[in-house]
Write a protein of this length. Structure first.
Ligand SMILES: C[S@@+](CC[C@H](N)C(=O)[O-])C[C@H]1O[C@@H](n2cnc3c(N)ncnc32)[C@H](O)[C@@H]1O
Length: 346
C-alpha cells in the first residue's frame, strides 16, 4: 500500500484541494493575461460564476470519493506528468503570440504543407482550438495534453476519469476473462491510460483519425500491456460487429458536424457486443447544464469550435437512445457530462 492509503481521509482531502489550488490560481492569472492579449473580455453573470464554482467543487468531491472508495487508485489524484509538461510549457508559451495572430487573421485553414490533408474529412481540416497545425502534426500532439490542462485549470484528466466508475463496476463482475475496451477518438491516450490504471489486465484499443496523435498515444501508453492503437476513422471502425465489451469516447462528439454524430454513434453501437457498456463523456450541454450556458457559448466563440454551438443545443443521451442504447445515467462533471448506457442484450 502506498503512503496515500495510510493518510487519514481529512489529511488526504486537504492535500488534494491544496494541490488543485496550486494549479488553479496560476492558471486563473494566465487566463486573464491571454484574454487581454486576445482582446476577449468575458464578464459572466454572478449566477453563472456561482454555478461554475459549485460544479467545479462537486467535480473535485466526486473525484476524491471515487479514489477513496477505491474505484480508481488514490495516486491518480496527484498524478500530473510533470516531466512531459515541463518540456511542453516553454513551447506552449511560445505558441501564445502565434495563436493570437492566427485568431486575428482568422487563419483556421493554416495546416502543415507537408501533410496530405485530402485524406481527411473536410471538417477535420482546420486548426481546432486555433492550435498550430490543428491535429496534423506531432508538434501539436506533444502540446495537446498540457494545453487541455491549462484550459481546464488542471481538471482535464479529472474530468476524463469520471467515465471510469461504470467500467470498474463491470470489470469487478466480469470474472477472469479480460474485457475488450475501445476508446474512440482516443487522442493522445490520456483516457485509456487512466482506465488502464483503474482496471488493469484488460485488452485496450484506441482509435483516432490523427496519425500524429496516435504516435503520441503510443508513448503515453508505452507501459501498458495489451494495447493497440490505430489511426482510423470513427465513421468506419475496422472491427467486426459486437467485438468489444466496453466502448468509451471522451470529448469527441462536440468536434463532429451534426450529420456525422449519428454515423459515429451507429459505428459504436455496431462494434459493441449486445449487453456491452458504452460510456460517453463530452462537453456539458444545455439539456442538463443550463446554468453554464454563458460559458458554453463563450467557449464556442473563443476556441474555433464550429460545430459546438449546435452540439450544446443537442443532447448526447438522446442521440445514444435514438441509436438504440439504453441510457442508465447522465452525470455532470463540471464542464463535462458522462452518459452511461448499454447496448440491449437482445
Ligand atoms: C478534443 S480531442 C479529444 C481527444 C481525447 N479523447 C481526449 O480526451 O483528450 C478530439 C479527438 O477526436 C479525434 N477525431 C475527430 N474526428 C474523428 C474521427 N472521425 N475519427 C476518429 N477520431 C476523430 C481528433 O483527432 C482528436 O484527437
Amino acid at each position: 500500500m502506498s503512503i496515500l492509503g495510510l493518510l487519514p481521509e481529512h489529511t488526504l482531502r486537504s492535500a488534494y484541494h491544496a494541490r488543485q489550488a496550486s494549479i488553479r490560481y496560476p492558471l486563473l492569472f494566465a487566463h486573464g493575461v491571454v484574454r487581454r492579449l486576445l482582446d476577449r473580455n468575458l464578464a459572466p453573470s454572478r449566477a453563472s460564476s456561482e454555478a461554475l464554482r459549485r460544479e467545479y467543487l462537486s467535480l473535485l468531491e466526486r473525484d476524491f470519493e471515487n479514489a477513496t472508495q477505491d474505484v480508481y487508485p488514490r495516486e491518480l489524484l496527484f498524478e500530473f506528468p510533470l516531466r512531459g509538461y515541463a518540456w511542453a510549457l516553454p513551447r506552449l508559451l511560445a505558441e501564445v503570440p502565434r495563436v493570437a495572430m492566427r485568431v486575428r487573421r482568422g487563419g483556421w485553414r493554416e495546416l502543415p504543407d507537408d501533410v496530405d490533408t485530402s485524406r481527411f474529412p473536410s471538417y477535420f481540416r482546420r486548426t481546432f482550438h486555433w492550435q498550430s497545425d490543428g491535429y496534423m502534426s506531432r508538434r501539436s500532439a506533444r502540446l495537446y495534453d498540457l494545453s487541455v490542462e491549462v484550459m481546464f485549470m488542471g481538471c482535464g484528466d479529472v474530468m476524463r476519469r469520471q467515465l471510469i466508475p461504470p467500467i470498474a463496476t463491470l470489470a469487478s463482475e466480469h470474472g477472469a476473462q479480460p474485457l475488450r475496451i475501445l476508446d474512440v477518438g482516443c487522442g493522445t491516450g490520456r483516457t485509456l491510460q487512466q482506465i488502464a490504471r483503474a482496471v488493469p489486465g484488460q485488452q485496450y484499443c484506441g482509435v483516432d483519425l490523427s496519425p500524429f496523435y496516435i504516435e503520441e498515444a503510443r508513448e503515453v501508453l508505452a507501459g501498458v500491456p495489451d494495447v493497440s492503437l490505430l489511426a482510423e476513422d470513427a465513421e468506419q471502425l475496422p472491427f467486426r460487429d459486437g467485438h468489444f465489451d466496453v466502448v468509451t469516447s471522451c470529448f469527441l462528439f462536440h468536434e463532429l458536424p451534426r450529420a456525422t454524430r449519428p454515423r459515429v454513434m451507429a459505428e459504436i453501437f455496431r462494434v459493441l457486443r449486445p449487453g456491452g457498456l458504452f460510456v460517453c463523456e463530452d462537453s456539458a450541454q444545455h439539456a442538463e447544464a443550463a446554468d453554464l450556458s454563458e460559458f458554453l457559448e463563450a467557449f464556442a466563440a473563443d476556441m474555433h469550435e464550429p460545430f459546438y454551438l449546435d452540439y450544446v443545443q443537442d443532447d448526447l443521451a438522446l442521440l445514444a437512445e435514438k441509436e438504440g442504447f439504453e441510457v442508465s445515467a447522465v452525470d455532470r462533471a463540471w464542464l463535462a457530462k458522462v452518459v452511461t448506457s448499454r447496448r440491449p442484450a437482445h
